[in-house]
Design a protein. Sequence first.
Length: 230
Amino acid sequence: MLYLKNVTYHPPATPQAIIENINLTLAPQKLGLIVGTSGSGKTTLLEILAGLAEKTSGEILWDTDELTPEELQQLSGIVFQFPERHFCGNNVLEELRLGHPELSAIRVKEALTEVGLEHISYDTPPHALSGGQQRRLSLAVQLIRQPNILLLDEPTAGLDWLMKDQLVNLLSRLKQHWTLLVVTHDASDLVEIADNCWRIDNGRIESVNPDIFNVKKKPKIAFNKWEKVI
Ligand SMILES: Nc1ncnc2c1ncn2[C@@H]1O[C@H](COP(=O)(O)OP(=O)(O)O)[C@@H](O)[C@H]1O
Ligand SMILES: [Mg+2]
């Protein structure tokens, strides 16, 4: 269970706090969705939870243990916005094992299976994959480390509608095993699979009822027809 208690981030160079007094609880195997406009503090919050930036005050706990940035780096896996821009392996296997050459072949296979890429060849260059497959690979790169919590920054950005739908289905499956915290400026793609929703504005968050995002239900039957055609 993840707990944030009065978490504030106020770098000395900025006149105002970027993250202010955030309280949040996220249970295991849930998907939490934080929605806010550009500049509201979404990426900064994820960087703090990934141990890449250090909060100024407040507490971050997993169950009863308060976590240092180093412990957060172990606990969390962060998938940045447009993660495919940061691929640096020559092929899928290298990408998955970057920094972890000791990872077993079984772990590699499990991570690819988890994201539905079990059929791709390990020697495929990441840039030869489709856009949707690249997003899945970047999820596998984090899952292979088996983090307690997966942090996703704008996971549907830049995908076409079919890839978005497939990714949303995948995230919905992943929460059976993992705890996910997702930030986005566009609630419409993800609100249907969210267990908890918050709105973030100027570094402050409030818990909200997902209905406020007023998302139209997708025409599931029509989509399934298309899926068969494609
Ligand atoms: N390291 C930093 N130092 C100063 N200001 C920052 C820093 N990182 C982000 N900001 C500012 O904090 C605010 C929130 O940024 P960000 O977390 O990137 O928002 P979002 O991801 O919601 O678009 C913005 O006004 C941004 O300019
Ligand atoms: Mg951002």
